[in-house]
Design a protein around this ligand. Structure first.
Ligand SMILES: [Zn+2]
Length: 64
């Protein structure tokens, strides 16, 4: 079971109609509305988890 990052609902990956890829990871949504919201600003919704780490890693690579 995957979690819709927009509304927090549980979404079954096998039957999910709405999904989006971001930074090599697939996100699942309960509705077109949630997918559209995510697509407009994906960073905002993944920043709380691995998003920050990805940004930090990118900054480190640039400095090296
Ligand atoms: Zn949703």
């Amino acid at each position: 079971m995957a979690k819709d990052p927009i509304c927090g609902m549980n979404v079954d990956e096998k039957t999910a109609k709405y999904k989006s890829e971001h930074m090599g990871k697939t996100y699942y949504f309960c509705s077109q509305t949630c997918k559209t919201t995510f697509d407009k600003n994906p960073i905002k919704y993944v920043a709380g988890t691995q998003g920050i780490q990805v940004v930090v890693a990118a900054v480190k690579i640039r400095r090296a």
